[in-house]
Design a protein around this ligand. Structure first.
Ligand code: GDP
Length: 602
């Protein structure tokens, strides 16, 4: 096979694998792999686990250019804005994809009829089978309409939705926004709308309680138009379906609307691909241990599979459909209840199938490690000041705001000047996105929304409730209070400018001295160093200084401590350092480590 690098083949490899698995993935024999490893100074047997870096070196020798699998990139902390399962499906080959049932979530203001609607659809469209192995109510179900399956997440209220979104694992393809025809658009309607918009999920409005004598559909449609949901019969593109959950009328039209909307969406998955999905809810059952309701989003889950869900794991002892009947396998968009996990995972946790319990434990150890690290990092998740850094890192692409004001009269000018800013070329293409604007004090729900959608909360002549303040502290959400409109808009403008033009400042964080040079085939020369000052980091830059002259200046390409990859190495410790584009280390060279910090433009 070619070793000259000109016709390398691309391949994705997991974060760790056995020698045998590597051999299989790159069409080689385990013996070849073991030989190559030995040539690089690694002694391994056929069942030994090797890490991605090692595997990549071996693969390179065999003519492959290896990248880390998407799923492991995410495990490594690269969570991004797009849910993991969507990213995974995006990587699947087109010919492997098949249509899957749409997953529908019902949101709306309290008492507008979410539960009633879910119950009516269930009663009219689910043929309850014989009572199966478990009798628990599974918080999701599937129905058939015109021979097509639809999956409903039976978790009304947006607590679950918020939790799922904030973990980047939001599962719904379509949101049904329930609005009572006798009550109209209410605060939680707007909030639910903001959630759906932030998640970029299409919305169908169910205009419920149409049977009531005081129902006023035209008035509600007017209100819907005001929040940007222009009904289709008013030449808009939001489907508004009048229904009555109690009289079970309009349900067929609603289901037809779901089919119609999903026709225009890419709702696919690979039933034979990597198995992955989201935990809908979980609890401990005294007799059966942990019972978890899962939504499969890609691949097919089988009983006996080894599973990791959040930080719990186990082999699936039994699996049930939503009617409680034992089943052996479950494909994409199927809600199921499973037994066999060792702990209760959280709603919104991602689950995936792994090859062995050993791999499961390794992933969990890694996740726990990361959780610990994150917990020790100083809080602020979202502040106006930190926005541009997040923008730079690609985490945030717009400035999302939640605005609360004392009266409608002050809300309007604030929104219109913020929206002007969106258009103004002064701030370029980064826009302000007012996710939610309303009158009243800042509530806990506002903070949940901010946390789920990475928004800043701005108050005008209002205060934050005690519960909201506490929640904001926990979530690290920035609440800004103003009593002069132009101060508010000025701050937003400043933040936008900062997002566009952060200044880079360089900070030296440590120094290391080269004590020995090692040569490793394919990687080249590695400098064996001792950190003499501060610390050196993997995500940093390095100046190679010889005789007081800088002879090279480039990013660190690898940092190892006792052959393990390290994020940072502190003063007094030894480490192996490699710098991009440099192969000429000499004993006595000084390596100066620095980082770029982004600084707000005042
Ligand atoms: P949720 O809080 O949104 O889940 O609302 P519920 O489903 O609990 O409904 C709240 C109340 O509205 C209950 O008393 C229901 O019986 C009633 N309700 C729900 N849907 C309808 C409907 O279509 N027509 C009428 N007349 N009442 C309804």
């Amino acid at each position: 096979m070619s070793d000259n690098g000109t016709d390398t083949k691309a391949i994705e490899l997991p974060a760790s694998m056995t020698v045998r698995q590597l051999a299989d993935s790159i069409d080689s024999s385990p013996i070849e792999i073991i030989k190559t490893l030995m040539a690089n100074g690694v002694m391994a047997n056929i069942n030994q686990m090797i890490d991605f870096d090692t595997a990549a070196i071996v693969a390179a020798e065999m003519g492959y250019d290896a990248t880390l699998e998407v799923i492991d990139q995410v495990e490594a902390g690269d969570s991004g804005e797009i849910p993991l399962w969507r990213r995974l499906i995006a990587k699947e080959k087109e010919e492997d994809l098949v249509r899957r049932p749409p997953v529908v979530s019902i949101l709306g203001h309290v008492d507008h009829g979410k539960t009633s609607l879910l119950d009516s659809i269930r009663q009219t469209h689910v043929q309850e089978g014989e009572v199966g192995g478990i009798t628990q109510h599974i918080s999701a179900y599937q129905i058939t309409h015109n021979d097509r399956l639809i999956t409903f997440l039976d978790t009304p209220g947006h607590a679950a939705f918020t939790a799922m979104r904030s973990r980047g694992a939001q599962g719904a393809d379509i949101v049904i926004l329930v609005v009572a025809a006798d009550d109209g658009v209410m605060p939680q309607t707007r909030e639910a709308l903001a959630h759906a918009r932030a998640a970029q999920v299409p919305i169908i409005v169910a205009l419920n309680k149409i049977d009531k004598s005081n129902a006023n559909p035209d008035y509600v449609k007017q209100q819907l138009s005001e929040v940007g949901l222009i009904p289709d019969d008013w030449d808009g593109d939001t489907i508004v379906v009048p229904v009555s959950a109690t009289e079970k009328s309009g349900l067929e039209d609603l289901l037809e609307a779901i089919n119609l909307v999903s026709d225009n969406m890419d709702i696919y998955a690979n039933p034979n691909g990597e198995v992955l999905g989201t935990v809908i809810e979980a609890e401990i059952d005294r007799h059966r241990g942990v019972l978890a309701t899962l939504l499969v989003q890609n691949g097919t889950l089988h009983t006996g599979d080894a599973l990791v869900a959040g930080t719990s794991h186990g082999r699936l002892r039994a699996m049930f459909d939503f009617n409680g009947n034992a089943i052996e396998e479950a494909g994409p968009s199927t809600p199921i209840s499973v037994m066999g996990l060792n702990e209760v995972p959280e709603a919104g946790d991602v689950f995936r199938v792994v090859d062995s319990d050993k791999e499961a434990r390794a992933i969990i150890a890694d996740r726990l490690d990361r959780q610990k690290q994150q917990a020790t990092l100083a809080a602020p998740a979202m502040t106006l000041e930190s926005l541009f850094e997040r923008y730079q890192s690609g985490e945030v692409r717009e400035l999302r705001l939640i605005v609360k004001a004392d009266v409608q009269g002050s809300l309007e000018p604030i929104i219109s000047s913020l929206e002007e800013m969106k258009a103004g070329d002064k701030v370029g293409e980064i826009g302000v996105n007012v996710l939610h604007a309303d009158t009243g004090n800042i509530s806990k729900d506002d903070i949940s929304l901010a946390a789920a959608s990475q928004a800043i909360v701005m108050g005008f002549n209002v205060t934050a409730d005690v519960a909201a303040r506490k929640q904001a502290e926990v979530e690290g959400i920035d609440i800004r209070n103003y009593n002069i409109i132009y101060r508010l808009t000025e701050d937003v403008e400043k933040a936008l400018k900062g997002m566009l033009e952060p200044e880079e400042r360089e900070t030296v964080i440590g120094k290391a001295e080269v004590r020995a040079i090692f040569t490793i085939r394919k990687i080249g020369k590695i400098a064996g160093c001792r950190v003499t000052d501060g610390e050196v980091r993997r995500n940093a830059f390095m100046r190679v200084i010889r005789n007081d002259k800088v002879i090279h200046d480039a990013p660190v390409s690898s940092l190892k401590r006792e052959q393990e990859d390290a994020r940072e190495v502190r003063q007094g410790f030894e480490c192996g350092i490699n710098v991009e584009g440099f192969d000429d280390f000499k004993v006595g060279d000084i390596l100066q480590c620095y980082i770029h910090e982004l600084v707000k433009v005042e």
